[in-house]
Design a protein around this ligand. Sequence first.
Ligand code: ZN
Length: 167
Amino acid sequence: MSQTIEQIRAGFEKALVDVWGAKQAARLTVEVAEAPAISVLAALAYHPPRGGNYAIGDSLVRIASSYMLKVSPELLAQDDDLVRKVLLHEALHVGYPRHDEHFEYMARKVGTYASEHGMRTGGEYVIELQLEKGARFRPVHATLDKYEAQAFAMQKKAGPGRYRVVH
Ligand SMILES: [Zn+2]
């Protein structure tokens, strides 16, 4: 099912409430951006740009004055479930700019990906698992650490099957 930009905006506002518990009083702009301006399904930018985390655990401790959510035309063509997960992922970035361990914890908690899941940004290594021959590879873990990724795949930490590391 395809999405409109208004649905994306409403979905992102809902994701913010789902992740952080309350409606945030910041200015939000949502726009469609074409490659090369955007190489992923969605990206969140802040003003002013921040350093460090904006959350402690699952609580936001401060917010930026405005946010810009850029989405690619491809996101508009994705199904509802993937769009919801992408928007939850971007909502998590309001609190945690990087895919650090806090981000990963929250991603598990709210049921989304800890990486851009196929969007391959930020130098992340995504470990994918194929349960049986011919089946789709599915992401099971993501990390910025190449050696952790290789160790995860070699130790088959998510269970039996074939693993590959995608970067
Ligand atoms: Zn991300």
